[in-house]
Write a protein that binds this ligand. Structure first.
Ligand code: ZN
Length: 191
C-alpha cells in the first residue's frame, strides 16, 4: 500500500479507536497517527520515513530536519540489512515492541500513545489487504492476507480501498468531533 493509503488508514484507526474509547482526540494526535502508520515501512529504505522524509520537505526544512532524516535512514538501513522488509515491523511482536517503546516514552500522554498504537496497527491491517499479506506471527508462521487474492499496490483497487477508508474516516470524525458536526450544520433534521 502507498503512503497516502496508510495515512488514511492511520486517521481512520485513530478516530475509530477514539469513538470506541469515548474520548475526543486533540488535533495534534492525527499527524502522530499518520507518522505511526508509516513507521512499519521504516524497514524499506525507499519508504516515506525510510528515505528520511526527503521527498516531503522543502530544501530549507530538509536542512533543519537533517539529523532526524539521517537517524531515520540509519534505522531503515539497519532494519533492511538485518531482518529485511515486511518482517519484524509488520508483525504482532513488532506492534507490541512499538507499543512498549511508545508507552515508555509517552505513557504520560495517553492521547499520543493511543494515536501512535492505532496508527501503527492500521498499517498491519492495510498491508494485510495487500497481495503479499503480513507475517503477523513473525518469526514463526506464514503470511496472513485478509482478502482473498489481496489488493495490488498502486492499482485502481487500492484507490477504491483508500476512498472507502476516507469515507469511513469522515463518518468517524463526524461522530467524534462536535466542531465537525457544527461546521457541517449538525445532524440532519426531519422535514
Ligand atoms: Zn508495509
Amino acid at each position: 500500500m502507498n503512503a497516502v493509503t496508510h495515512a488514511v488508514f492511520g486517521v481512520a484507526a485513530l478516530s475509530g479507536a477514539s469513538l470506541w474509547l469515548g474520548a475526543e482526540p486533540p488535533v495534534y494526535a492525527y499527524p502522530a497517527a499518520v507518522v505511526a502508520a508509516w513507521a512499519p515501512d521504516l524497514d524499506n529504505p525507499r519508504s516515506k520515513l525510510g528515505n528520511g522524509l526527503s521527498r516531503l520537505e522543502s530544501p530549507v526544512l530538509n536542512a533543519v530536519t537533517r539529523p532526524v532524516s539521517w537517524a531515520l535512514r540509519l534505522v531503515s538501513f539497519v532494519l533492511f540489512r538485518t531482518v529485511g522488509h515486511r518482517t519484524l515491523t509488520h508483525s504482532l511482536p513488532g506492534l507490541g515492541l512499538f507499543a512498549l517503546v511508545a508507552y515508555a516514552l509517552l505513557g504520560g500522554y495517553p492521547d499520543l500513545f493511543v494515536a501512535l498504537v492505532a496508527g501503527y496497527a492500521s498499517h498491519l491491517l492495510a498491508d494485510g489487504l495487500n497481495v503479499r499479506g503480513v507475517p503477523l506471527l513473525w518469526p514463526v508462521g506464514g503470511t496472513f492476507r485478509f482478502l482473498p487474492g489481496g489488493v495490488r499496490s498502486g492499482g485502481a483497487v487500492e484507490v477504491c480501498v483508500a476512498l472507502a477508508g476516507l469515507a469511513l474516516t469522515g463518518c468517524f470524525l463526524y461522530l467524534l468531533h462536535p466542531a465537525v458536526r457544527g461546521f457541517l450544520g449538525g445532524p440532519l433534521q426531519p422535514l
